[in-house]
Design a protein around this ligand. Structure first.
Ligand code: ZN
Ligand code: ZN
Length: 417
């Protein structure tokens, strides 16, 4: 029996890795434009990091983490998301001493979820975290970044920001009481899940997919119960979005389940593939650094799943990278050695060269050259090896020329611009 990949994971094959590379390079360029630098954290961490940062009662921690004991008996897990590690690194490096701290991460995450189309147990996320700034300016800049990124990868269809304010410790308590009282009054109409979590986390009822729209529309909204500071923050954010001309709509039902989320929550929603897709989700988590034992520091961030982005990315972008030159070599070992030398010299000059390595007649080698999609073929035979020349063929026109090997680099530069 042959060994196959584990259920729910897959290879990114050479045919598709060009698109991944394109997406990653584009993203890196834009992130650099906004002053973000890459933070590369380990793919495994102490289990308790996520229990504290993501929340003991979240689906991720309760059901989806890959937890294992290492040989020293310590409980570790594969990272299910990126923010917890960034916060851990922030605290460990005492970064509060030199704010702001702008970082991004890009890499695989791991969750034991039911595999389905487009969802894998090893998946990839790109995320940004900005520590320090408290005002809505930072939130608006981050949203502008997200939209620019989506635009630059030619995402199909329109993208809209959905925004909401989640309040702060001052105003959320009273709102929560009001919400709970209201939900108690309609308790019988709630789904079983929500009835159970009503006391512990009434906010989650708002984004429960089981509840009917009319019931949700009638609940008191956080937006109408914000304290002065939160209301000003939200108004400031809306003002910035208006001035930048960024498309947004307010979604009062967008919530986050944990107390350390403050004020802004947002998603970027793409209308493509026949349905609405949240392609990025983010918000403010001003309470998290303190929650994790660090010096209280404001923070705002977002994350996006690369698998989903690739589904929406313009199909013409990031195809496979073809060689510039295919090198055909017909002759004995001496001729092959001469050809190898020519290939190495061209690579040394910066060209992408695919050399034919498996022998065969001229006709079959030329067939390979055509399949490689290289625009130029360099042909080397007995005569060329003796005379220190090469035959150069332009594949599109069929034009052939013989030239001394010493002049090849210059001629290729002319032809490839
Ligand atoms: Zn508030
Ligand atoms: Zn529910």
């Amino acid at each position: 029996m042959t060994i196959q990949t584990v259920r729910g994971v897959r290879d990114i094959l050479p045919e598709e890795s060009g698109r991944w590379l394109f997406l990653e390079e584009r993203a890196r360029r834009i992130l650099a434009q906004y002053g973000y630098r890459e933070l590369r954290t380990p793919v495994f961490e102490r289990t308790e990091l996520f229990a504290r940062a993501v929340g003991e009662t979240s689906d991720i921690v309760e059901k989806e983490m890959y937890v294992f004991e290492d040989r020293g008996g310590e409980s570790l897990c594969l990272r299910p998301e990126g923010t917890a590690s960034a916060v851990r690194s922030f605290i460990e490096g005492s970064r509060h001493r030199s704010l702001p701290w702008r970082v991004f991460y890009l890499g695989p995450m791991f969750r034991y979820e039911r595999p389905q189309k487009g969802r894998f147990r090893q998946f990839h996320q790109l995320g940004c975290e900005l520590f320090g700034p408290e005002g809505p300016l930072a939130d608006a800049e981050m949203m502008a970044l997200v939209l620019r990124l989506l635009r630059e990868i030619g995402i199909a269809g329109a993208v809209t920001l959905e925004i909401n304010s989640l309040g702060c410790p001052v105003c959320r308590g009273p709102y929560r009481e009001r919400l709970t009282a209201h939900l108690e009054s309609v308790r019988a109409a709630l789904c079983g899940n929500c009835q159970r979590r009503l006391e512990r986390n009434p906010l989650r009822v708002l984004d429960c997919k089981e509840e009917n729209a009319a019931l949700l529309e009638a609940v008191p909204q956080m937006r109408d119960h914000l304290c002065g500071g939160c209301a000003a923050h939200f108004q400031g954010l809306v003002g910035h979005l208006e001035r930048l001309g960024l498309p947004y709509r307010i979604n009062p039902l967008m919530v986050r389940g944990l107390d350390y989320y403050h004020r802004t929550a947002f998603e970027a929603v793409a209308e493509g593939l026949g349905a609405q897709n949240a392609v990025a989700a983010g918000g403010r988590y001003d309470g998290l650094v303190a929650e994790m034992g660090g010096v209280a520091t404001s923070a705002v961030g977002f994350a996006m799943g690369l698998e989903r982005l690739l589904l929406l990315m313009d199909e013409s972008l990031g195809g496979a990278i073809a060689p510039e030159v295919y090198l055909v070599v017909a002759g004995d070992e001496g001729v092959e050695g001469y050809g190898l030398g020519v290939a190495e010299a061209l690579r040394g000059a910066g060209f992408r060269v695919e050399m034919h390595l498996t022998g065969g007649g001229m006709k079959s080698q030329m067939k390979h050259a055509g399949r490689s999609q290289a625009p130029l073929t360099v042909i080397v035979g007995q005569q060329e090896a003796q005379e220190a020349t090469v035959m150069l063929k332009q594949m599109e026109s069929g034009t052939q020329e013989s030239l001394p090997v010493g002049g090849l680099v210059e001629r290729l530069r002319q032809l490839t611009g």
